[in-house]
Design a binder for this molecule. Structure first.
Ligand code: G1P
Ligand code: ZN
Length: 544
């Protein structure tokens, strides 16, 4: 095989964010842009000769072209075999599953998650290590450093296209390209964790479900699992055809962007259960009939009911949640007498805890839930967990949630996102908050009195690494909390997130609307941050 060494110059903007490198397609398509980043990955991970790599993506625009380039670069960089999903497809949790099952050296996942796709949308790439999880900061920092000094990359000098559409092996120089079924290994793993017989019985008894794949990667997975293996009716899965531009939609499973599903679940003759997943299949939204389950509550309810599910009936080692996620899971951990860890935002912080056997379940308020079955959050896994709980408990979604609140109290919760604001204004808000820490400690806001304010930092209990600047927390004496954080995944300007939480122990308050219940905290947040004045925004872009 002829290997070409191509001279190149660094791009200055290849710093991986919360989950890999995400940019507009136009940026990724520039000559050498993708190649530079891929070579920076390979240069940062000391690839042993003949190592195995997993490769796949969420099928968005530029997926296939990128896979061709990466295969040729993998061959030129000494990999022995690349396992690639048929058609270049692998959901993020399926990629994690395949890395673990076939014990590969790592994997490259092509996705910008829930960001829109298409020629004017976003593209992304991230590297996962042998445990199946996102590369830790040590590696992402090394990749960024390598990207700043790169002067050449290696690529196989082969003009022909590698066929991705037929399962089986072929040769690319000395390297083997194994095209694998993207769904089979993952579906098998799900079947090993959940009581498929109980779910099948539930579905055959008239329990109706609707899963919205949002024209993204989970369509083929959902069809195989819900329809073929669990016997759900064919119309249970909507928008199941993956499209390079996600049908023009925004594949983010929340109340704003998954509105088609929301309308069905809040409409007349609504099904019993609704769920959606995002572009790359790692997020989930859970709905009951006319009912929304917040992701923070979902994590807590999954933890409290894990004993009903075969894969978890022996108990949980512990729970981890990201800092902005509500403390609902903490209350369950106390009841189960297991530890609960609070980590910075982003899935990579959960990996060490799971590898060390310290936690079984983890979750984020941003519609991410998962367990140690893989090292990524997992949308369909969460949906199956709920279906298993519903099948065994024989209660509706709303009944399960209300019973949970009655037992543990309710952490009323909401997140307000201000997307695409000027970077200077966003930084100004964060700086102002820091400057005000001292004054806030003295301040009273109606019934609210500040107990503490800080910028969250985390010391990893496994490897001792420290992550600072993870979000401004303002805690009040009654246990309420406001968190301000700048997003690490946006590609346009800055996104400022405000997370609001209060605790309601009294079940008589159950019918409270979260926005109403949090109204006073919301106005405190706006007042102390001067957000409206500094950004000119009258209201958030997305409320969840
Ligand atoms: C967002 C979410 C975060 C999640 C990440 C990747 O990151 O808030 O919880 O891990 O997407 O799905 P952010 O944009 O806030 O940095
Ligand atoms: Zn995602």
């Amino acid at each position: 095989m002829q290997v070409r060494s191509v001279s190149t110059t660094p791009f200055s903007d290849q710093k991986p964010g919360t989950s890999g490198l995400r940019k507009r397609v136009g940026i990724f398509c520039q000559p050498h842009y993708l190649e530079n980043f891929v070579q920076s990955i390979f240069d940062s991970i000391a690839v042993p000769q003949n190592a195995k790599l997993v490769l796949g993506g969420d099928g968005r625009y530029y997926n296939r072209e990128a896979i061709q380039i990466i295969l040729k670069m993998a061959a030129a960089n000494g990999f022995g075999r690349v396992l690639v999903g048929r058609g270049g497809i692998l959901s993020t949790p399926a990629a994690s599953c395949v890395i673990r099952k076939y014990r590969t050296y790592g994997g490259i996942i092509l996705s910008a998650s829930h960001n829109p796709g298409g020629p004017d949308g976003d593209f992304g790439i991230k590297y996962n290590t042998a445990n199946g999880g996102p590369a830790p900061e040590k590696i992402t920092e090394a990749i960024y450093a390598a990207s700043k000094t790169i002067s050449q990359y290696r690529i196989a000098d082969i003009a022909q296209e590698i066929s991705l559409d037929k399962i089986g092996d072929s040769k690319l120089g000395d390297m083997t390209v194994s095209v694998i079924d993207p769904v089979g290994d993952y579906a098998e793993l799900m079947e090993s964790l959940f009581d498929f017989a109980a779910i099948r019985a539930l579905l055959s008894n008239g329990f109706r479900i609707k899963f919205d794949a949002m024209h993204a990667v989970t369509g083929p997975y959902a069809r195989e699992i819900f329809i073929n293996r669990l016997g759900a009716s064919p119309d249970s899965v909507i928008n199941a055809e993956p499209l390079p531009d996600f049908g023009g939609g925004h594949p983010d499973p929340n109340l704003t962007y998954a509105h088609e599903l929301v309308e069905v679940l809040y409409g007349d003759n609504a099904p019993d259960f609704g769920a959606a997943s995002d572009g790359d299949g790692d997020r989930n939204m859970i709905l009951g009939r006319h009912f929304f389950v917040t992701p923070s509550d979902s994590l807590a309810i999954i933890a409290a009911n894990a004993h009903l599910v075969p894969g978890y009936k022996l108990g949980l080692a512990g729970i981890a949640r990201s800092m902005p996620t509500s403390a609902a899971a903490d209350r369950v951990a106390v009841a189960l007498n297991i530890p609960c860890y609070e980590t910075p935002t982003g899935w990579k912080f959960f990996g060490n805890l799971m590898d060390a056997g310290k936690v079984t379940l983890c979750g984020e308020e941003s519609f991410g839930t998962g367990s140690d079955h893989v090292r990524e959050k997992d949308g369909l896994w969460a949906v199956l967990f709920w279906l298993n709980i519903l099948a065994v408990s024989k209660q509706p979604v709303e009944g399960i949630v209300r019973e949970h609140w009655a037992r543990f109290g309710r952490n009323v919760y909401s997140r307000h996102d201000y997307e695409g604001i000027p970077i200077d204004a966003a930084n100004g808000v964060m700086k102002l908050l820091h400057d005000r820490f001292g004054d806030l400690l003295e301040a009273h806001f109606g019934n609210y009195k500040v107990l503490f304010c800080d910028d969250f930092s985390y010391t990893d209990p496994v490897d001792g690494s420290i992550s600072t600047g993870q979000g401004v927390r303002i805690g009040f004496t009654d246990g309420s909390r406001i968190v301000f954080r700048l997003s690490g995944t946006g590609t346009e300007g800055a996104t400022l997130r405000i997370y609001l939480e209060s605790f309601e122990p009294d079940i008589a308050q159950h019918h409270l609307d979260a926005q109403e219940a949090l109204a006073e905290l919301i106005s405190i947040a706006l007042e102390i941050s001067e957000l409206r004045e500094r950004t000119g925004r009258a209201c958030p872009t997305v409320i969840t």
